[in-house]
Write a protein that binds this ligand. Structure first.
Ligand code: FES
Ligand code: FES
Length: 161
């Protein structure tokens, strides 16, 4: 059996070094070795978006990534977007707009939305729906999720003006 490999990358602003088995998924390393349980496993097959994380600023599905692909990268999970004390505008807006029910999809939704707003700070509702089209929610029906992303976009634009 091949030895575990050491991976070093930046995770939510901090340098980390973790041991991973050859063939380990990034999803499992982030949840188990790094303890970041906001990274959810829904389908495990690239269909639901629950496992999304920002890799060098772009949303990626960690269930489809090998842990080895994290080497040297800059990772952000929902834990790194904001904290309970200083939530990201997306996290605040999801709560304020009632866009969270069971919450299972929410970390991935906020990661996908953060990616979208970095590329398009003033999306219309159709662009938000398109940006979140890879993220499934079984609870909310999406209207409140789109409301939340629109509200957060306005807050972020205001903060930057
Ligand atoms: S768990 Fe990765 S896309 Fe569903
Ligand atoms: S809030 Fe339950 S899956 Fe989206």
């Amino acid at each position: 059996m091949r030895e575990r490999q050491t991976l070093t990358f930046r995770l939510n602003g901090e340098p980390v070094s973790v041991q991973a088995a050859p063939g380990a998924r990034a999803l499992d390393v982030l949840r188990e070795a790094c303890g970041l349980t906001a990274v959810k496993e829904g389908c495990g097959t690239g269909e639901c978006g629950a496992c999304a994380v920002l890799v060098d600023g772009t949303a990626k599905l960690s269930c489809l990534m090998l842990a080895a692909q994290l080497e040297g990268r800059v990772l952000t999970t929902a834990e790194g977007l904001g904290s309970p004390q200083a939530p990201h505008p997306l996290q605040t807006a999801f709560a304020d707009c009632g866009a969270v029910q069971c919450g299972y999809c929410t970390p991935g939704m906020t990661i996908a939305a953060a990616d979208l707003l970095a590329r398009d700070p003033a999306p219309d509702r159709a662009a938000v729906r398109q940006g979140l089209s890879g993220n499934l929610c079984r609870c909310t029906g999406y209207v409140k999720i789109v409301d939340a992303v629109m509200a957060a976009a306005a807050v972020i634009r205001e903060e930057k003006s």
